[in-house]
Design a protein around this ligand. Structure first.
Ligand SMILES: N[C@@H](CCC(=O)N[C@@H](CS)C(=O)NCC(=O)O)C(=O)O
Length: 223
């Protein structure tokens, strides 16, 4: 059953945008935290990506969330591109993309690190959910090693003062806060002992309303 078309997901002729996603998806959460941090509201339609045939209702061939229903009636997927597009639509004073090219580079690097943390955690989770006879230990270990390397890299960047403070919560920080909580949610392990600065930073972001409001059910942030 296609839950989306039942609820009339035909694309609007223009104007209003909608976000399609789920509370559990960290990719969707990045977009929702961005919207909250920039004070923008948008209808959010929840789907179960594993049971709803979401692409039927949206004419989107990808079948992955988040899906943004755009002003022209078409769709846009890929969380990084969705946020980039939304930020370009924003009034200049509300934009989180820095004007300075070097700051853009720093931001994009942190966004990539966050995306890799999420991708690797998802891949590890899905591999671990396969019947044990079909699981590939190498694949799980490869993702764990990747997560460990990226965390160490971000810890080193923090030590070198390459991060803005918690008061300055830009696109890179949004994505990293979501990614670190996702690692804690789906791959809880003691990364804090090896990354004390990152751990303090993560704890400081915990109370932000944008993160609090989008916390997945069943997850309590680690202090
Ligand atoms: N690179 C994509 C990843 C999106 C993604 O994989 N979303 C998951 C939900 S967490 C999904 O829709 N999975 C369904 C599938 O793989 O069939 C992004 O950043 O938006």
């Amino acid at each position: 059953m296609n839950g989306l078309s039942e609820r009339g997901h035909d694309a609007p002729a223009g104007g209003s945008m909608r976000l399609i996603g789920s509370d559990l998806s960290p990719y969707v959460r990045k977009v929702r935290v961005y919207l909250s941090e920039t004070g923008r509201e948008m209808p959010f339609e929840r789907v179960d990506v594993w049971t709803d045939e979401i692409w039927h209702g949206t004419a989107d061939p990808v079948g992955k969330i988040p899906i943004l229903i755009c002003p022209d009636g078409g769709t846009l997927t890929e969380s990084l591109l969705v946020v980039d597009y939304l930020d370009r639509l924003a009034e200049p004073e509300r934009r989180l993309t820095p004007a300075n090219p070097h700051a853009v580079l720093m931001t994009r690097r942190r966004q990539v690190s966050a995306q890799v943390l999420i991708d690797a955690t998802v891949e590890r989770l899905l591999e671990g959910r396969r019947p044990s006879a079909q699981q590939c230990t190498d694949r799980i270990e490869r993702q764990e090693a990747r997560i460990s390397r990226v965390l160490a890299h971000e810890e080193a960047s923090l030590a070198q003062g390459k991060w803005p403070t918690c008061d300055s919560f830009g696109l890179g920080e949004i994505d990293m806060a979501v990614a670190l909580q996702y690692v804690d949610f789906r791959y809880p392990h003691d990364w804090r002992a090896r990354c004390p600065r990152l751990s303090v930073w993560a704890a400081e972001t915990r109370e932000r309303p944008s993160l609090f409001a989008t916390q997945p059910h069943g997850f309590t942030p680690i202090v």
